[in-house]
Design a protein around this ligand. Structure first.
Ligand SMILES: *Cc1c(COP(=O)(O)O)cnc(C)c1O
Length: 378
């Protein structure tokens, strides 16, 4: 397949559609855990054992690397496993700078992991470059963690500016780009070293698997440590999940663009609704990160938005309970729209306001979603 084709063509065709020996358009599902060795001791197929090199990953990892403009990708059995692979590549005594607004399970895990691993953890304000600079200047920093747009208020971090602050130096810049996807933002082009995805979300898009991925810009020493640790630690995605993920990726561009357009429309309508105190969506000029988002994201602002319901927490619960088309469930990035009362999921130490509902916009007709919100707010 010619590699000068556009990313959406490469994604739609899963990097190429014909598979020898039959020319089947859909790649086979590679289930074998082990591979035959020749009498001379060599492995004619180049594979030994599926924990080390599963052919089930080849196509998906190559496609993810291509979509992100990276040199290589690794699949993991969850987004959290991918994040943990990055954390475990650090030595005790290292230092991490992470944003105050960050996927909640990761905040909790960062605190627990760094505490036990003897790693220094400092926080910065997501959108504030001065706060990042101060954090980097306070002590030598090994890892700058960025999540943009960040859960659940969709703060925007200027990736290019943050990466410039981290350089020159030894700071690895990692961007959790789960919400933006490579359709809207390519962090490696903006100077990041690694991109992380919860592939359970938009990359797969159908809420039927848990997976994670890392993509690297260069074959750096950090990447070599991360790559070597995967077969050693055994954080392996199942072959069927890898196969499903490739299928999901084939519609990534369509899904993300449709969800982004729907989220913008819904944000614009709700921003004028007196029953809603505040709409948090980077596509609205009222969002404090709008200007950076407009520069950093192309083709849309993503399918995630949050609303603060006028009248407080009890009203927010009522509205969530009355929604019918939106499903009350955690997670995001599926073709079905979801609503979640975030503070009650995140627990007492959450920075999330108690009247906030997080909406993941799917690919349903936007009129149905608007109608559902209108009746639920009513
Ligand atoms: C869901 C999510 C994760 C964790 O991914 P899992 O696949 O659930 O382990 C990490 N970051 C973000 C932004 C997420 O939404």
């Amino acid at each position: 397949m010619p590699q000068d084709l556009s990313p959406e063509t490469l994604a739609a065709q899963g990097l190429g559609l014909t598979n020898p020996p039959y020319g089947d358009l859909i790649p086979p599902l590679h289930l074998s855990s082990t591979f035959e060795r020749a009498g001379d001791g060599s492995y004619p197929g180049g594979r030994v054992y599926a924990r080390d090199q599963s052919p089930a990953y080849d196509r998906v990892e190559a496609l993810l690397a291509t979509l992100e403009g990276g040199s290589a990708a690794l699949l993991y059995p969850s987004g959290m496993a991918a994040a943990t692979a990055v954390l475990q590549s650090l030595q005790p005594g290292s230092r991490i700078l992470a944003p105050r607004f960050i996927y909640w399970a990761l905040r909790r895990w960062l605190q627990e992991f760094t505490d036990r691993w003897g790693i220094d953890l400092a926080w910065y304000d997501n959108a504030d470059l001065d706060s990042i600079a101060a954090g980097l200047n306070a002590a030598p920093t090994d890892l700058l963690w960025i999540e943009t747009p960040a859960n659940p208020t969709w703060e925007i971090t200027d990736i290019r500016a943050a990466a410039e602050l981290a350089r020159p130096g030894r700071t690895l810049v990692v961007v959790d780009s789960t919400v933006a996807t490579p359709v809207l933002t390519r962090p490696l082009d903006l100077g990041a070293d690694l991109v992380l995805h919860s592939a359970s979300k938009y990359l797969n898009g159908h809420s039927d698997l848990i997976a994670g991925a890392l993509v690297t810009r260069a074959d750096s020493a950090a990447w070599q440590r991360i790559r070597a640790a995967r077969p050693a630690a055994g954080a392996i995605l199942g072959p069927f999940e890898a196969w499903l993920l490739l299928r999901g990726l084939r519609t990534l561009h369509l899904r993300v663009r449709h969800a982004s357009a729907g989220a913008l429309r819904i944000s614009e309508v709700l921003a004028l609704d007196p029953r809603v105190l505040e709409v948090r969506y980077p596509g609205l000029p009222s969002h404090p990160g709008h200007a950076v988002a407009a520069r950093q994201m192309s083709g849309g602002f993503g399918g995630m938005l949050s609303i603060r319901v006028a009248g407080g927490e009890a009203r927010a619960w009522e509205v969530a309970a009355r929604l019918k088309v939106f499903k009350r469930a955690t997670s995001l990035g599926g073709v079905e729209s979801l609503v979640e009362h975030r503070a009650s999921i995140e627990g007492p130490d959450t920075p999330c306001p108690p009247d906030l509902l997080r909406l993941s916009i799917g690919i349903e007709a936007v009129e149905d979603l608007l109608g559902d919100l209108d009746q639920a707010l009513g």
